[in-house]
Design a protein. Structure first.
Length: 323
């Protein structure tokens, strides 16, 4: 019963506003403040000082007690003012692989007023020990980072984050909840290295970056059974890089397709995506031109970092079409 009432009270006091697009202004209604443990201890000490001053009629005791009380109220005002009227906006988050930590960037701006000190950002109160801190002079901006584990592929949202401060004396804890409209693409966890790339498919055409003719050297790829010994990169093999085959551009070209149908039928969905992610990384590392074929989606053959990101993002967001 008590737990239910507590949860309802918490939900009413700290209402979750959901994702907030655009810039967020921290108004007075969004900021909460409570005494910290040192603050409670300080209050108990003041009560004892007041009781002693009354009992022994100590004039200097009254002066010191009320001086400290005034300082405590002044500290509460400064702690609250350290957050009010800050502008919060979402930054860009780089994609990560499943099992890594996504780094979400939050931009803070102090449009006016005094310098703000020791502003912290954390996922919640429990992760405060790993919080990121900054100071904000008037008219300046700063960026804070929060790290969140990316447990599975797809789109990861940070959810509700906590901006907080204990400035200036640590007697009070002021905080505000923000939920910026931001997300991070989480790629599938790649399969362990060592899975050979599928064989390239012969095609007709006039010159290609992925060709297998005999004119100009265009890169290396994983060795496949049947490749000519003359095209094996023996120097790379001496450097314990494994067997790699040299590729040449020419009239006879080949296309490397990383296809869903090339995978064993017994493999599950996540295993297939993991192996395809490994193939994408290996083909990109060998500067090969490649394409990706998934059920209901095809990414044409290309090279470079942009192709790598396109393919990995397609794997991250892939869902099997409904039968």
């Amino acid at each position: 019963m008590f737990a239910t009432l507590q949860s309802r009270l918490t939900a009413w006091l700290f209402a979750d506003r959901g994702v907030e697009p655009g810039a967020i202004m921290l108004t007075r209604r969004r900021i909460y403040i409570l005494p910290t443990r040192p603050g409670f201890i300080f209050a108990v000490v003041l009560m004892m000082m007041l009781a002693g001053s009354i009992n022994y009629q100590l004039s200097l005791g009254f002066v010191l007690t009320f001086l400290l009380v005034g300082m405590a109220f002044n500290a509460m005002l400064y702690t609250f003012r350290n957050l009010v009227r800050l502008r919060v906006s979402a930054g860009r988050s780089k994609p990560v692989f499943a099992g890594e930590h996504a780094q979400f960037v939050i931009h803070l701006e102090n449009p006016d007023g005094p310098t703000r000190y020791a502003i912290g950002l954390a996922r919640d109160r429990r992760s405060e020990s790993s919080a990121d801190y900054t100071d904000l002079p008037a008219g300046h901006a700063a960026a804070l980072n929060v790290s969140i584990p990316a447990l599975k592929r797809g789109l990861l949202r940070p959810g509700r984050l906590t901006l907080f401060t204990r400035y200036p004396l640590g007697l009070y804890f002021a905080w505000s909840y923000v939920a910026p409209d931001m997300q991070c693409v989480v790629y599938p966890r790649p399969a362990p290295p060592g899975s050979p790339l599928p064989p390239a498919q012969a095609t007709s055409g006039t010159g290609s970056a992925s060709g297998s003719g005999h004119e100009d050297f265009s890169g290396l790829r994983q060795y496949h059974v049947g490749d000519s010994p003359r095209h094996i990169a023996w120097k790379a093999a001496e450097r314990t890089q494994g067997l790699l085959t040299k590729q040449f551009s020419g009239q006879s070209a080949s296309e490397l397709w990383l296809s869903w149908e090339q995978l064993p039928p017994r493999m599950g969905l996540e295993e297939r995506l993991s192996l395809l992610a490994r193939w994408v990384l290996d083909a990109h590392a060998m500067s090969m031109a490649f394409g990706l074929r998934l059920p209901g989606q095809t990414i044409t053959i290309a090279t470079g970092d942009a192709q790598r990101e396109r393919c990995l993002e397609a794997l991250a967001l892939f869902q099997l079409p409904a039968c």
